[in-house]
Design a protein around this ligand. Structure first.
Ligand SMILES: C[S@@+](CC[C@H](N)C(=O)[O-])C[C@H]1O[C@@H](n2cnc3c(N)ncnc32)[C@H](O)[C@@H]1O
Length: 269
């Protein structure tokens, strides 16, 4: 069994993705997409950034490890009448189906960071990017006080320790790690720009209902609740998450708006 694939197929990330569509659009506006550009969106989910990339004229390939999200991406593209975005299943740490130097831009927003073997991920992203092309990653930052880093931290504290050799996804949010991984793919650190940026989650209900969405549909939180329930700690986990979401909410009592900080990594080849 591929635990990485099972984790993301377990839930239904489309339910969470619905709360970040505006941020996806805003991010894509910063990417300098031009008509006819070849774009790979890696760990694309149901196309939060892949669809806006296609709407701006790029030829987009979305690759994701979760078959349910690939299907959801195809359905969203068809509903939007887009014929310049395709979705296929694949693993960011092994893109064997994709030819060398075949994309002008590789985008991975909170996607490739979840793949195992980060050095392989960096190498594969560099391999499929054309000379003078770009790679843009969005990565959650370990220890950051904002929403997603804290959800992952709280979830991990209720879940059994990962297998030996497991590299935490949020290490992609540390500049030195990013540089080391790309250096192994022969990328000069001067070609890498790292900036803090914000993604905002918007949910049309109170924060406690938004927590329920994570509990029911977000793989890492679902696993944490399963482990917490087995240990009789379900109420503690729920209380911790409710407190986090309420504290971070800027949307008032009836709706939720939570900004979360991430590391935006741009690699210019
Ligand atoms: C937090 S979601 C982000 C999805 C999308 N980029 C978005 O912004 O809505 C993480 C995504 O990464 C995908 N993923 C996780 N591990 C992967 C891997 N090894 N290769 C490709 N995709 C992966 C998951 O299936 C999921 O769709």
């Amino acid at each position: 069994m591929n635990a990485n694939k099972a984790l993301w197929e377990k839930g239904d990330f489309t339910r969470l993705a619905a709360t970040i569509r505006d941020s996806g659009e805003e991010l894509v506006d910063t990417l300098g997409i031009r008509e006819g550009m070849d774009v790979l969106d890696l760990g694309c989910g149901d196309g939060t950034t892949a669809l806006p990339e296609a709407e701006r004229g790029a030829n987009v390939l979305g690759v994701d490890i979760a078959s349910n999200l690939v299907a959801a991406g195809r359905a969203r593209a068809a509903a939007a009448g887009l014929d310049n975005v395709r979705f296929q299943e694949g693993d960011a740490s092994d893109l064997r189906d994709l030819a060398d130097e075949s994309f002008d831009l590789v985008v991975s927003i909170f996607g490739a960071m979840f793949a195992p073997r980060p050095v392989d991920v960096a190498r594969e992203m560099v391999r499929v990017t054309r000379p003078a092309g770009r790679i843009v990653m969005g990565n959650w930052i370990p220890g950051d006080p904002t929403l997603v880093a804290q959800i992952l931290k709280i979830s991990a504290s209720y879940t059994p320790p990962p297998p030996e050799g497991f590299v935490s996804p949020v290490t992609w949010g540390i500049r030195q790690e990013v540089e080391k991984r790309f250096a192994a793919a022969s990328v000069d650190p001067f070609a890498i720009d790292c900036q803090r940026a914000t993604y905002t989650f918007r949910y049309p209900g109170p924060p406690e209902d938004f927590v329920a969405l994570f509990r029911n549909y977000y793989g890492p939180t679902m696993n944490a609740f399963e482990a917490a329930t087995a240990n009789g700690q379900e109420d503690e986990l729920l209380a911790e998450l409710n407190q986090l979401f309420i504290e971070q909410n800027k949307g008032g009592a009836a709706r939720t708006e939570i900004p979360a900080t991430y590391l935006k990594v741009t690699v210019q080849l």
